[in-house]
Design a protein around this ligand. Structure first.
Ligand code: CA
Length: 247
């Protein structure tokens, strides 16, 4: 039975979420502050399969909770609930490490579908990992991109840099996949917003820059002098798999 942690301080909404998620067969734990959510996740990192995290919370807000989770190595799939009409909140959520979002007020059926999507991804990941470790004969179809001494495993959501492994959030993997797919070509921030985040509003695109800063920290040997994820002035970014051997 999948376990969902709901972080929501509006009692009626929390009750509604619990009722509907339990009706779907999930085990639900509701908490009304970010602090208590972090506590619950810290005491047992594998206690939950998915987290539904509201942005507006008393005390620590959802963005801080999200960053602390990811900063602390907690990579449980997380869906954030943001206020409608604030695309920057959505980007801020993704920049903090969210995997998905819904704007309030939302349709419960949609929320459940999104949760199912996050869980499916996770279950599929786990089963493909088990399959690859038990049977040497059948190699599961792998979705790995290698560049230099680094490789991104899009199935496992991992970035390997030499012997180090960095877990990626779904969204980080999506951004990286998008850049890699357009290898060598500049991609605009606006296009990335539309095609990766599905955001069409006139949005402050700086949140993308925060995202890129994070990716560079994993990918680049010197994040201050990027060689793979380059800034294209006035446009956006360009991914280079094999940088020139100069300098
Ligand atoms: Ca709230």
């Amino acid at each position: 039975m999948s376990k969902v942690l709901v972080v929501e301080d509006e009692q009626h909404l929390a009750d509604g979420l619990r009722f509907n998620l339990e009706a779907e067969g999930y085990q639900v734990h509701v908490t009304d502050t970010g602090e208590s959510a972090l506590e619950a996740l810290k005491s047992d990192p594998s206690a939950f399969d998915v987290v539904v995290l509201d942005v507006m919370l008393p005390g620590k807000d959802g963005f801080s909770v999200m960053s602390e989770m990811r900063g602390g190595g907690q990579f449980v799939p997380t869906l954030m609930l943001t206020a409608r009409g604030h695309p920057n909140d959505i980007l801020k959520g993704f920049a903090a490490g969210a995997d998905d979002y819904l704007t309030k007020p939302f349709d419960l059926a949609i929320l459940i579908a999104r949760i199912r999507g996050l869980l499916r991804r996770r279950e599929w990941l786990t089963s493909s990992l088990n399959a690859s470790s038990t049977s040497g004969a059948t190699t599961p179809l792998q979705d790995v991109f290698t560049f230099g001494d680094k490789s991104v495993d899009f199935d496992r959501l991992e970035l390997r840099v030499r012997e180090q492994i960095f877990p990626l959030t779904l969204m980080e993997a999506n951004v990286l996949r998008y850049l890699i797919r357009h290898e060598g070509k500049p991609v605009s921030r606006k296009k990335m917003l539309e095609e990766v985040w599905n955001l069409h509003e006139d949005t402050d695109t700086r949140a993308i820059d925060n995202f890129i800063v994070r990716l560079r920290r994993y990918i680049e040997d010197d994040p201050a002098k990027p060689r793979h994820v380059l800034t294209v002035r006035g446009v956006g970014y360009r991914f280079v798999a094999v940088p020139d051997k100069k300098d």
